[in-house]
Design a protein around this ligand. Structure first.
Ligand code: PMP
Length: 414
């Protein structure tokens, strides 16, 4: 049985947890590192690094090809990671396509589901707060099919305007693309309700879970979407790992996106019989070591308990917001009542990149720029923001160091 792991009763000792992350011991520019860029990519615990290292040292072989011992060990470990990830998301392992990340996952839906199905007169509904990975593939599909893109707008506080969204779900809308959690605003969208409304109108829903799965318990079945995409490197796993969950009926009906080895049962010049899903969508040699690492990352997160992770990050977010509110001339973008630990902001009179550079001199890593979300920044009429994004391994002391560094940088630029 693929039962989800129960949350451990006791909250972890967060100081001890931090020590699991070797990189966080680093000094940057002579100062202890304050890593506030986890929405960009997360840091890795030693258990993940060791799982990748251990695979290459002891088990390295290709998957699903060789009958020798190493080959079966590699295949078993790879498939075990798929089972772990499936359990983590509360879905069936045979519905989970392993791929390089959310970008690939959404493109898979675009090319295998949308491209053959959509035509002129159809509409793809996309929220204003999407990452480019959940916009550009739909534009490419629209260009090739003649379908139209419609934007679901947000409110000033960074929440989706749900009434407008439901009104926009007209009969021509065939697909809805929406983020579970915004990578810029931190807004947590009510995806369960949104997908229910889409389903009632026969609209297929694609949820970008990149910023949700690392920070809260995600039960994909209960969301009721058609597709859910995740990326492994934001959830303590290696880069180049991720997955697309899709309803079985879609996986069976969808043609393959990429052809090659592994995704076939039989090939002749008269025709090819494809493998069953999810393998039908996994042509070529995958990032085997990466997925072994992602399996270890899932183990790690489950040991912490996602409810504890969420509670810890909510507490850190409250502290961070309190500190930012003290900074003169600082504007925060996104005040959703339900918000993940991501804060985008600007300080009057200071360019985002200049501030980020001065913060780096103090050992503080934050992102500055457009965060792969140009349409969202266009809504706010700004060219760039700074973004501080936290994870459970951050500390209250780091928030204070960050706030002091920000005050110092602001004075230098004033
Ligand atoms: N969607 C969101 C909301 C993201 O934050 C990101 C990563 N910044 C992506 C999609 C793309 O993920 P990846 O580059 O790992 O495919």
């Amino acid at each position: 049985m693929n039962l989800p792991a129960a949350t451990p009763a006791i909250s972890p000792d967060w100081d001890k947890i931090r020590a699991d992350f070797p990189l966080l011991e680093r000094q940057v520019n002579g100062k202890p590192l304050v890593y506030f860029d986890s929405a960009n990519t997360g840091q890795k615990p030693a258990s993940v690094i060791e799982a990748v290292d251990g695979f290459y040292r002891r088990h390295n072989a290709n998957v699903s090809r060789a009958v020798h011992t190493l080959g079966s060990e590699a295949t078993e470990a790879y498939e075990e990671s798929r089972r772990k990830l499936a359990r983590f998301l509360n879905v069936g392992a045979d519905e989970l396509v392993l791929c390089s990340g959310t970008t690939f996952a959404i493109n898979l839906v675009a090319y295998s589901w949308a491209l053959p199905k959509l035509e002129a007169g159809d509409t793809i509904l996309v929220s204003r707060m999407e990452h480019h990975a959940n916009i550009v593939p739909w534009q490419l599909v629209a260009q090739r099919t003649g379908a139209t893109i419609k934007v679901a707008e947000i409110r000033e506080d960074g929440t989706l305007d749900l009434d407008a969204l439901y009104r926009a779900m007209t009969p021509d809308v065939k697909l809805l693309a929406v983020a579970h959690v915004s990578n810029v605003l931190g807004t947590v969208n009510p995806v369960r309700e949104i997908c229910r409304e889409a389903r009632r109108r026969g609209i297929v829903s694609v949820v970008d879970g990149s910023q949700a799965a690392p920070h809260r318990k995600v039960d994909v079945q209960s969301i009721g979407c058609d597709f859910y995409a995740i990326t492994g490197h934001k959830m303590c796993g290696p880069t180049g790992t991720g997955a697309l969950w899709a309803k079985k009926e879609h996986l069976q009906a969808m043609p393959p996106f990429i052809g090659g080895g592994e995704m076939i049962k039989e090939v002749s010049f008269d025709g090819t019989v494809f493998n069953d899903p999810p393998h039908k969508f996994e042509a070529g040699t995958p990032n085997i070591a990466g997925f072994i690492g992602l399996g270890a990352a899932v183990d790690y997160l489950e040991t912490l308990g996602m409810a504890h992770v969420e509670a810890r990050e909510t507490e850190l977010l409250a502290h961070l917001t309190e500190e930012l509110d003290k900074v003169e001339g600082l504007r925060i973008f996104g005040h959703a009542p339900e918000k993940a630990a991501v804060v985008s902001f600007l300080v009057e009179g200071a360019h985002a990149h200049d501030l980020a550079t001065l913060l780096d001199l103090e050992g503080v890593a934050v992102r500055s720029g457009q965060h792969c979300a140009h349409p969202l920044l266009q809504f706010y009429g700004v060219a760039a923001t700074l973004r501080a994004s936290l994870a459970f391994y951050n500390t209250h002391e780091e928030i204070e160091r960050f706030a002091a560094a920000l005050q110092k940088a602001r004075k230098l630029l004033a």
